[in-house]
Design a protein around this ligand. Structure first.
Ligand code: HAM
Length: 430
């Protein structure tokens, strides 16, 4: 038996229906916030991620899936979505052809060679948004509140945004210096990774999970004390706007993020247990320029859908998942079967979710199958009725039956299946 690669998942059955629900909610929410869908390649030139995410980040040093294609090109499966969106923005010259800011969202698989565990996969799915071309703190607040509101709409009312600022370059340079001075005497007590970070990227020492319990660690300088006035004002404005949007947040100076492109706002979306981040993001004003485009300030975030669905299931949150097939068309003989094929097709084209029989089972088995699909209505075809232009409809909840004219079927279900998605078909039949 061939089994799936380590760190990948099959999403099936009930879980798949939750995924679909979440993804449809995301699409409809993005429409309301006026973000356009964007789809970029799953593999890109390796250099994009090395330059974009940063050569010292864990993702690039330890986690990318790199390969050479048959033309000897160095390619990498995308470990995240931001770098690809920025590349696309530059390559398609969106800065010239679009009205800024460009607001886009994506939903797709990413690849990271991590040690698999609950909520940590090697093939993961992220929903993310990127806004390119605005330096207004209002934009940071919109992006944060959008992720927060999505959680609330899914019934996750206890999420808290952990927010911090990495300031501008001047603030970060000063902070980096302060961290180096502080940690230097403790260098031999730091973990191997942090010894490396000390030289290459001291900011990352701050979110080390290994060293954080050590006593000297707790007294390490805070970035908040090193923000210059401009950076401090920027953070204050973001917080002020978050208050207007009624987002629950805590300022958390331990959030520094694992990707190198951030400045000013950084944040993580934490569930109640505060263990795994459901999502994360921040402002990255220099990435477009670093990748060869014009100076374009940006902000965005990405949410791990695997973790989100896991959390919904762990909490046993009941979502209004749709019945599999609201109408089940039943028949026995060949003549009825032809009507079944015709009726199922007509109803599907009118916007109803319809199932029928494909393996010539007896009626009893067809009833069972209809129950399995949670069907609300059964259309029970029989030749005598059909000869008179009639069909029997059974309400599968009340068990009441009635006969109606075949040509009124669509009107009947328009009236009896009260569902938003049929409003279009209702209009069409008026
Ligand atoms: P990130 O923090 O690397 O940020 O990932 C964002 C989210 O993806 C995480 O909070 C987590 O929910 C999910 N995630 C990451 N790795 C895994 C994994 N191995 N298994 C399951 N879920 C995972 C970014 O990727 C940035 N591009 C976010 C961003 C967008 N910043 C600005 N714009």
């Amino acid at each position: 038996m061939i089994i799936k690669p380590k760190g990948t998942v099959d999403i099936i059955d009930e879980e798949a229906r939750i995924w679909k629900y979440v993804e449809e909610l995301i699409d409809s929410m993005m429409e309301k916030y006026n973000y356009n869908y964007i789809r970029t390649p799953i593999f890109e030139a390796s250099e994009l991620f090395h330059r974009g995410i940063g050569n010292t980040s864990d993702i690039v040093t330890k986690e990318t899936y790199d390969f050479k294609d048959r033309g000897d090109r160095s390619l990498t499966l995308r470990p995240e979505g931001t770098a690809g969106v920025v590349r696309s923005f530059i390559e398609n010259k969106m800065y010239g052809t679009h009205n800024l800011p460009v607001k886009v969202y994506y939903n797709g698989t990413m690849y990271r060679y991590e040690r698999p565990q609950l909520g940590r996969n090697r093939e993961l799915t992220q929903f993310g948004v990127e806004v390119l071309g605005s330096r207004d703190p209002m934009m940071d607040a919109e992006v944060i509140s959008l992720s927060y509101n999505l959680m609330k709409m899914l019934g996750l009312n206890d999420v808290v945004i952990h927010i911090n600022s990495l300031g501008d370059k001047e603030s970060r340079d000063n902070y980096r210096e302060a961290l180096k001075n502080y940690f230097e005497p403790y260098l031999d007590q730091l973990c191997e990774d942090c010894k490396n970070r000390f030289h290459k990227n001291p900011l990352r020492i701050i979110d080390c999970k290994v060293d954080s319990s050590k006593e000297f660690f707790k007294k390490a300088p805070s970035i908040l004390d090193y923000l210059n006035k401009e950076s401090k004002d920027y953070l204050d404005k973001v917080l002020e706007y978050l208050d207007i949007l009624e987002v629950k947040y805590v300022v958390d100076d331990k959030i520094v993020r694992g990707l190198d492109y951030y400045n000013h706002t950084v944040f993580e979306i934490m569930g109640e247990d505060g263990k795994l981040a459901l999502g994360a993001g921040g402002r990255y004003d220099n990435l477009v320029k670093d990748l060869g485009g014009p100076d374009t300030p940006c902000v965005g975030f990405a949410m791990g859908l695997d973790r989100l669905v896991l959390t919904l299931r762990e909490r046993d949150i009941k979502l209004p998942l749709k019945d599999n097939a609201e109408i089940f068309v039943m028949y026995i003989n060949e003549e009825e079967k032809k009507y079944a094929i015709y009726i199922a097709n007509e109803l599907r084209m009118a916007g109803f979710r319809v199932e029928t029989e494909y393996t010539a089972r007896n009626l009893k088995s067809q009833f069972k199958r209809a129950d399995y699909f949670n069907s609300s209505y059964l259309i029970i075809l029989n030749s005598d009725d059909l000869n008179e232009g009639l069909v029997t409809i059974k309400n599968n909840k009340t068990k009441e039956e009635e006969k109606i004219m075949l040509e009124y079927l669509i009107y009947y279900f328009d009236e009896h299946l009260d569902d938003d998605e049929h409003s279009e078909s209702e209009e069409n039949h008026e």
